[in-house]
Design a protein around this ligand. Structure first.
Ligand code: ADP
Length: 419
């Protein structure tokens, strides 16, 4: 068997690793390479980032060469249970949370997909007792065929990636396609796109009303065949968004048979991922939070809902998203704002007149200006609400630049005191 692997990135290389172990031969193709004779191949594997309307996909179809997504390929060679997590925001946090809880309690588990290791890289290591926890982006869901998830979570569906999809409806439909590949689906009832979803296999969680999982007087309650109650005081991650992630994770773990004590132990072992409302430190009683992974309006909204007296650093590269829905919250929570990057003008125009607004042309300048505007007890929050590619390689580099600038600020102030 010979495969054509479309895309030579992390997923493409993961697929190559799987195919190599199976003794298949393969060839990579990506833009810039000489187009191969597609009739030489038995099948093709598409990496999620490879354009869905690329002409080589048309050529493959014309020659009746089947094309699989990398996740679909991995699924076909995996064993054990699969938990799939999707949503616009919170995928990585919830995937890592569930995986940590399982591992802490001695389960044989793998984590991957859109987060960290490609599924193809560990599919052959899975056993009947394995639980694979797979983060799926909408790009990965597009290609699912026979993929079957024992339990799936859709955390939320809010505007993002409008540069890839025709409109929000098409983006939402892609995410919801996961439900057709799931035995049980856990959905957020507070999400307007998800609350009206119907089906026998659907379980809802909600922060606002009594669903199958809900919040009641300082605890999370999962009210299924087996009841689970988790005091909020036991949860290390704060913020309204993390409460949703905890509810979804607790529901998954309850369904997998973990006891209340095991779930609590698992949750306590997870201290969050870097660049997601990450506490960086305090300078003269001003708190600094790095939420560099916030790349759309809803993650910015959740960050603003989670902090008060905020000096906001936001802005970045444009994805054609609209921030007007955040105006009221901005007025309520943001004392001052410093905007950076390509979208600085758009943000300044959107939030004009609600709070004082400054611009900065580097992260260091933004941090310095934000600190100068702050008072003890305030929070300087980097939550860009936009992608990072205008000024940085990725969100990690942006978050590291923020942390470095905070450290420098701290050092400069200490030096001043010493002099
Ligand atoms: P994803 O993998 O979907 O991008 P992450 O866990 O990496 O999700 O978080 C991305 C951003 O979304 C961060 O700014 C984080 O604080 C925020 N976030 C995390 N969970 C949620 C949630 N349930 N709803 C909205 N925003 C969230």
């Amino acid at each position: 068997m010979k495969a054509l692997i479309l895309g030579r990135g992390v997923s493409g290389r993961g697929a190559a690793c799987l195919l190599g172990s199976l003794g298949f031969s393969y060839q990579f193709y990506q833009d810039g390479d000489c187009a191969p004779d597609v009739s030489m191949f038995d099948f093709a594997v598409r990496s999620p980032g490879f354009p869905i309307n690329h002409k080589i996909l048309r050529l493959l179809r014309a020659k009746n060469v089947p094309t699989l997504g990398e996740i679909e390929l991995a699924f076909r060679f995996s064993r054990g249970k699969i938990v799939s997590i999707t949503g616009t925001n919170g995928k990585s946090t919830t995937t890592a949370l569930i995986h940590t809880a399982l591992k802490t309690n001695g389960y044989k588990t793998f984590i991957g997909g859109n987060f960290g290791t490609p599924f193809s890289e560990f599919a052959l290591k899975t056993k009947p007792e394995t639980v694979s926890v797979i983060e799926l982006s909408s790009f990965q869901i597009e290609d699912l065929k026979s993929y079957r998830s024992d339990i799936s979570v859709v955390l939320n569906i809010t505007p993002d990636h409008m540069n890839r999809y025709r409109d929000f409806h098409e983006y939402a439909e892609t995410k919801l396609k996961l439900l057709k590949h799931s035995d049980i689906a856990i959905l957020n009832r507070d999400d307007p796109q998800l609350r009206s979803t119907k089906g026998d296999n659907i379980i809802f969680f909600s922060r606002k009303e009594r669903a199958d999982a809900y919040v009641d007087s300082e605890k999370i309650v999962v009210n299924l065949k087996k009841k689970t109650e988790i005091p909020l005081s036991e949860l290390p991650l704060k913020g309204v968004h993390n409460l949703e992630n905890y509810m979804a994770a607790a529901t998954v773990l309850n369904l997998l048979g973990l006891t209340e004590d095991e779930i609590i132990r698992g949750f306590k072992a997870f201290n969050g991922l870097p660049h997601r409302t990450e506490f960086v430190g305090t300078v003269k009683k001003v708190k600094f939070i790095n939420d560099s992974k916030s790349t759309n309006p809803d993650s910015l909204k959740k960050a603003l809902e989670s902090f008060e007296k905020v000096i906001l650093i936001a802005g970045g590269s444009s994805k054609g998203l609209d921030f007007r829905e955040l105006k009221e919250l901005f007025k309520e929570r943001v004392k001052e704002a410093v905007f950076i990057g390509e979208t600085a003008e758009l943000l300044a125009e959107t939030f004009k007149g609600l709070s004082p607004i400054l611009r900065a042309s580097s992260m260091e300048e933004a941090v310095r200006k934000a600190f100068e505007l702050s008072k003890p007890g305030d929070t300087v929050l980097l939550s860009p609400g936009c992608a990072s590619f205008d000024m940085f390689k990725n969100f990690e580099e942006r978050g590291e630049a923020f942390k470095k600038a905070v450290l420098k600020l701290k050092r400069d102030l200490e030096e001043k005191v010493e002099n």
